[in-house]
Ligand binder design. Structure first.
Ligand code: ATP
Ligand code: MG
Length: 387
C-alpha cells in the first residue's frame, strides 16, 4: 500500500520533490471519487448522497450558497471528519479508515493560520522538518516553493510583516511543500480584496497546472468558480445539483437552481405545448413563443422558462410582431456597463426581465418608459423546468 503519508513523502524525497511531477512515470495526479457520500450532524442532513468523480489533475470547484455542505464535503475528503454514509476513494483505494495524515491531502483554509513566531521560510519548511527531512533537503524544497509562489524575497520575514495575499501564498507554499496528493482549498481568498483575489486565482491555476495536482476548491463565488475550474460541482442544501464544465452549466443548466445560481436567468412561469422542433411557450404578456428547443424539461404542461439576458433581443412595440412571438415589456432602466447596455424591463402579470445588448451593435437605443417587444434570439439555449 502506498497510502501512508510516510510512504508518500519518502517516495517523493527519493525522487526529488516536485521535479518528479513533470517527468517520470510516477503517477502524480490522483483521482478523487465520492460514492454516495452523506453526512448528518445529529438530525440534520448536511450532505446528501453525493456522487462525484474528479479526474487526476483536474481542478474542480464546489460551488453553492452558504450552508449547502461544501466545507463538510471537503473535510470528509481530507479525513478531518468521517462521513455518516458512503465512501471516498483516492485512485480507487478506499481511504475512509485512514486518518488525515495518511491520505496525503493538503488543505488551505480561509484564515491561512501561519505560525506567527516563525519566518516565512520556517513556516514553509515546517511540515518537511516534522516528517524528518534533512536541513539541506528542507532548504532546497523551501526555496523551490517560495520561487513557485513568487515569495523568495520574503523568506526571512514574519507573517505579520506580510499582506493578506502574501500570507495566503505562503500558506499555499507550506501546504504544497509536503507534496500532497490532493490539494483542498476552502474559500482561500475570502479575506482578500478583489484585485488580490484575481491575482491569487491566476497564481493557483498556474501552479495547479504546473504540478498537475488534483484540486478541489470551495467557493460561493460563481465568477471565481467559472474562471478557475475545469468543472464545477454545484451544491444546494447538501445535494449535488450538477457537475459539469462552466460552459455546460451556463448553457444547459440541469435544474432551476443551477439556472438561477450560475449567471443571471430571466424566469417566466407559463405553459409549454407542442413537440420537438416546434415548441410553444405561452404566459401572461407573452405572445406564444415558438421555440425549436426545450430542455431539460420538454413535457407539455406547467413550466418555468429560463433565458439568459444576452439570449433576448428587443424590437419596438409598434413594429410588426415577430413571427416567433414576443414578450410585451416596458423599459424601466438602462445601465451602460462598459461594452454592454443592460436593460431592466417590466412586464404585465409577472416578474421583470433583464436584457443585455452589446453596445457596439445596439442599432436602436431604447429609452426609459418605452414599450418594447422582447424576443428570443434564434438558436439561443433557453431552458424549461417542470413546475
Ligand atoms: N459541527 C456542526 N454541527 C452541526 N451542524 C453543522 C456543523 N457544521 C456544519 N453544520 C451545518 O451543516 C450544514 C453545512 O455546513 P457547511 O459548513 O458544510 O456549509 P458550507 O457550504 O461550507 O457553508 P459556507 O459557505 O457558509 O461556509 C449547515 O447547515 C451547517 O449549519
Ligand atoms: Mg464553508
Amino acid at each position: 500500500m502506498v497510502t501512508g503519508q510516510s510512504a508518500v513523502s519518502r517516495a517523493s524525497f527519493q525522487d526529488g520533490v516536485f521535479r518528479m511531477t513533470a517527468s517520470s512515470g510516477q503517477r502524480a495526479s490522483v483521482e478523487v471519487q465520492l460514492e454516495s457520500v452523506s453526512h448528518r450532524y445529529g438530525d440534520s442532513l448536511a450532505v446528501d448522497r453525493v456522487d462525484l468523480r474528479v479526474s487526476g489533475g483536474e481542478l474542480v470547484a464546489l460551488l453553492g450558497p452558504s450552508g449547502c455542505g461544501k466545507t463538510t464535503l471537503l473535510r470528509i475528503v481530507a479525513g478531518l471528519m468521517t462521513q455518516t454514509g458512503g465512501s471516498v476513494r483516492l485512485d480507487g483505494e478506499p481511504v475512509d479508515r485512514l486518518p488525515p495524515n495518511e491520505r496525503g491531502a493538503g488543505i488551505v483554509f480561509q484564515n491561512y493560520a501561519l505560525f506567527p513566531h516563525m519566518t516565512v521560510a520556517a513556516n514553509v519548511g515546517y511540515g518537511l522538518r516534522a516528517r524528518g527531512a534533512s536541513r539541506a533537503e528542507t532548504a532546497r524544497v523551501v526555496s523551490e516553493m517560495l520561487d513557485m509562489v513568487r515569495m523568495s524575497q520574503f523568506a526571512g520575514r514574519y507573517p505579520r510583516e506580510l499582506s493578506g495575499g502574501q500570507q495566503q501564498r505562503v500558506a499555499l507554499a507550506r501546504t504544497l511543500a509536503v507534496k500532497p496528493r490532493v490539494l483542498l482549498l476552502d474559500e482561500p481568498f475570502a479575506a482578500l480584496d478583489k484585485n488580490l483575489r484575481l491575482d491569487m486565482q491566476i497564481e493557483i491555476r498556474r501552479i495547479q497546472r504546473e504540478l498537475g495536482i488534483t484540486t478541489l476548491i470551495v467557493t460561493h463565488d460563481q465568477e471565481e468558480a467559472m474562471s478557475m475550474a475545469d468543472r464545477i460541482a454545484v451544491m444546494n442544501a447538501g445535494v449535488l445539483e450538477q457537475f459539469d464544465t462552466p460552459e455546460a452549466l451556463y448553457d444547459r443548466p440541469a435544474t432551476l437552481f443551477v439556472a438561477s445560481f450560475v449567471g443571471t436567468a430571466n424566469l417566466i412561469e407559463g405553459r409549454l405545448s407542442g413537440a420537438p422542433g416546434a415548441f410553444v411557450f405561452a404566459a401572461e404578456s407573452v405572445g406564444p413563443l415558438q421555440l425549436e428547443r426545450a430542455g431539460p424539461c420538454s413535457r407539455a404542461g406547467s413550466v418555468i422558462f429560463a433565458a439568459r439576458p444576452e439570449h433576448l433581443e428587443m424590437s419596438a412595440a409598434d413594429a410588426p410582431a415577430p413571427a416567433a412571438g414576443a414578450i410585451e415589456a416596458r423599459v424601466e432602466m438602462v445601465l451602460p456597463l462598459g461594452p454592454s447596455l443592460v436593460y431592466e424591463l417590466s412586464r404585465a402579470g409577472g416578474n421583470g426581465l433583464k436584457v443585455v445588448l452589446p453596445r457596439s451593435n445596439a442599432s436602436a437605443r431604447w429609452s426609459v418608459g418605452q414599450s418594447v417587444r422582447v424576443g428570443v434570439r434564434a438558436g439561443a439555449p433557453v431552458s424549461f423546468f417542470a413546475r
